[in-house]
Design a protein around this ligand. Structure first.
Ligand SMILES: [Fe+2]
Length: 292
């Protein structure tokens, strides 16, 4: 396990944040250059020193959580942070919304440690590579079975720490070989990627998809979590934002079926290929930086 996963360095707070947000390396591509230009004015105004009483954005010992949405691919990005140390983790950030996400980090005075993808996405390009060029010291992470490159290759049981909190990695293949579900340390919430969606699940007809593996992943790794555990998926196409393990155990129209029925459903969805698959997958294999 990477040292970044098992322990967290003491926070350098405002100094680190100011330095990191000020690092705006050129990427050599037209798109990225445009993104940089748009972002520069926001960060050049400076970052106020972090105050010890910055818990105003959240209360108690629970982590700060923000659910962010990208409307073209209907992707949810999640920001999690320790309200005292200000250390943060970003789950499934999208290239198109990088400026929004960096601005939020700046406004909330957070120190982003790790940007993690729940899998190698086929419908959008991740912003982790570009974000690493903007934020000094940021690490990218993805499953070691994804085939993608990243600073941290995740395995079952790894822990991604942010302050006193951590996300625990559960391998949940089936939609792809390298899908993971990230579970908060107290099992109060799970970020299920495309494995389990609200009243649905990820498709299994490309990218090493396997309906049987997905069924087993959900039943063995997600449905075994506490009933009240919140389920935060990577996508929703109907306006739903969150569910619980108990709800999905009862009402998921696919995963309440037997294995045989489930496989039959998944093998007959006849879905169109994602519009961006031919550019998104090659890009996401290299943190979103391929020809972007
Ligand atoms: Fe996906």
């Amino acid at each position: 396990m990477s040292p970044v996963l098992s322990s967290v360095q003491p926070l350098r707070r405002a100094l680190a944040l100011a330095l990191r947000l000020g690092t705006n390396a050129q990427t050599g591509s037209g798109y990225a250059a445009a993104e940089n230009r748009r972002f520069c004015p926001a960060v050049s105004s400076g970052v106020a020193p972090l105050r010890a009483s910055s818990r105003r954005y959240s209360s108690g010992t629970a982590p700060l959580i923000r659910q962010l949405f990208e409307s073209e691919s209907c992707t949810y990005t999640y920001l999690l942070a320790d309200t005292e140390t200000r250390e943060a983790v970003l789950v499934d950030p999208v290239l198109e919304t990088i400026d929004r996400d960096l601005k939020l980090l700046q406004e909330l005075e957070l120190n982003l440690k790790v940007a993690v993808n729940t899998h190698c996405h086929a419908d959008h390009i991740t912003s982790t590579g570009l974000m690493k060029r903007r934020l000094f010291g940021l690490k990218s992470a993805i499953s070691k079975f994804s085939g993608a490159s990243a600073d941290i290759l995740l395995s079952e049981g790894d822990k991604i720490a942010f302050g006193k909190h951590y996300l625990s990695v559960r391998e949940t293949p089936g939609h792809t070989d390298g899908c993971v579900t990230l579970v908060l340390g107290d099992e109060s919430m799970a970020f299920t990627g495309d494995c389990l969606l609200i009243r649905g699940c990820g498709r299994t007809d490309f990218q090493q998809g396997c309906a049987k593996r997905l069924f087993n992943s959900v039943h063995q790794k997600i449905f075994t979590l506490p009933e009240h555990c919140l389920v935060y998926p990577a996508h929703d196409y109907k306006g739903q934002t969150v569910s619980t393990v108990g709800e999905e155990r009862k009402f998921n129209p696919r995963l309440t079926k037997s294995l045989e029925e489930f496989v039959n459903i998944m093998n007959n969805l006849n879905l169109a290929k994602p519009a961006k698959i031919d550019i998104a997958v090659p890009a996401n294999l290299v943190c979103g930086l391929h020809e972007v």
